[in-house]
Design a protein around this ligand. Structure first.
Ligand SMILES: C[S@@+](CC[C@H](N)C(=O)[O-])C[C@H]1O[C@@H](n2cnc3c(N)ncnc32)[C@H](O)[C@@H]1O
Length: 250
């Protein structure tokens, strides 16, 4: 029979674990309105107008051959350091351009979770996976506030050319952090707003500074490195091991 003393010890041991699991408190985001740019949604977050979502009708643009020269996807894979057995989430996966490059790298013991708000995009991935017999891709239908990833289960989340079009960026990041394992990485791949030679619509580009500013409320995340590709920044954040300690520092 479990004695009262053992129960008390159990309770005291369990307490810090429960406290650790509590999500950190942060300031609620402020979204403002403006007259919409033709490529924006008229909603402003931390001084930046949010871009319109790229419709599934434009999916072939995501598969254009020039992407290799403009975006250097092989170099991206190198800096992502994907390993066998990893769980990688491609949030805003579109037609799966990066999903299919990552799937062989994680191998059959790992998987890629392709999350998107547009079902026709997920259908494209489903068809291609069936045709090429790729079996380690899970498809997930996201909402505009939630990528619908499993909690504490993901090693790496990539956001390639997508964060700037999240209608609720704060809520999305909050959910993505909850999905990461300790030391899991959240990686923003965004067209460089600092470079006029990058021929992409202004609202579909982001500066490194703006990304860092928008990640500021998420104290449990640490900016570890920014890599530079031809047209994009690869801005890497890592989830700190001990959220509780970070909270206590405040
Ligand atoms: C410009 S495409 C990029 C696709 C892909 N990452 C690539 O590099 O080829 C952006 C994608 O993000 C998706 N998206 C936008 N908001 C989203 C959200 N809140 N959650 C998940 N996907 C989202 C869109 O449906 C679209 O397929």
């Amino acid at each position: 029979m479990l004695h009262l003393r053992s129960l008390l010890i159990l309770f005291l041991v369990a307490l810090p674990v429960v406290a650790l699991a509590d999500p950190p408190k942060r300031e609620a985001p402020k979204y403002e309105k403006k007259l919409a740019d033709p490529t924006g949604i008229g909603k402003v977050y931390q001084g930046r107008e949010i871009a319109q979502v790229m419709g599934y009708q434009g999916a072939s643009w995501l598969e254009r051959p020039e992407r290799v020269k403009e975006e250097d996807p092989d170099k991206l894979l190198e800096v992502l350091e994907v390993k066998k057995g990893m769980v990688v989430a491609d949030v805003g996966a579109g037609s799966g351009y990066h999903t299919f490059r990552i799937a062989p790298l994680v191998g059959e013991k790992g998987k890629v979770i392709a999350s998107d708000i547009q079902q026709p995009m997920l259908n494209l991935i489903k068809e291609k996976a069936k045709k090429n017999e790729v079996k380690n891709i899970d498809l997930v239908k996201a909402t505009n506030k939630d990528p619908k990833l499993p909690a504490n289960a993901v090693d790496l989340i990539i956001l390639v050319d997508v964060y700037h079009e999240f209608e609720f960026p704060f809520e999305m990041v909050d959910k993505m952090i909850a999905a990461l394992k300790p030391e899991g990485r959240l990686v923003f791949v965004e067209f460089k707003a600092e470079d006029d030679k990058v021929l992409i619509l202004p609202l579909h580009k982001m500066s490194e500074r703006q990304v860092l500013k928008e990640m500021e409320p998420f104290k449990e995340m640490e900016h570890v490195k920014t890599h530079e590709l031809n047209w994009q920044h690869v801005i890497v954040f890592s989830k700190k091991k001990n959220e509780k300690k970070e909270e206590e520092k405040k």
